[in-house]
Design a protein around this ligand. Structure first.
Ligand SMILES: [Zn+2]
Ligand SMILES: [Zn+2]
Length: 120
């Protein structure tokens, strides 16, 4: 038996629709140029141009586009790497402890998927 209305699937679909919504708006509003490297996009290349949220909050989508920036997938990736670094290396102590703890944390986040392993 298959469940037809998988709430998770619904969530993903809504998320994708939302993303399509603001992407379309941003593409109409801004020139199709990467805000970081200045590459121009058109036609089938256009899918490599993505919408970046300046404050990294994907739920903050003001209609005037002030939180959006069009970035190519490469610059977008880079922008998020920078943000991650900033986040983990924010305090002096964290920097001195080295990047290992930060990466371990990330690893745990991705590999367990939130599952708690209880060692008893
Ligand atoms: Zn770029
Ligand atoms: Zn982004």
């Amino acid at each position: 038996m298959q469940k037809k209305n998988d709430p998770l699937e619904k969530m993903y679909r809504e998320l994708a629709e939302k993303e399509n919504g603001y992407r379309a708006k941003a593409l109409k509003m801004f020139p199709h140029i990467c805000g970081s490297c200045g590459r121009e996009f058109s036609g089938k290349n256009l899918k490599e141009l993505t919408v970046h949220h300046k404050d990294h909050n994907h739920d903050y989508n003001p209609p005037d586009g002030s939180n959006w920036e069009l970035l190519c997938i490469y610059c977008h990736d880079h922008e998020h790497e920078k943000h991650k670094m900033k986040g983990y290396g924010g305090s002096e102590a964290a920097v001195k402890l080295g990047g290992f703890s930060a990466f371990e944390g990330l690893d745990a986040l991705f590999s367990t998927g939130g599952k708690d392993e209880d060692k008893s």
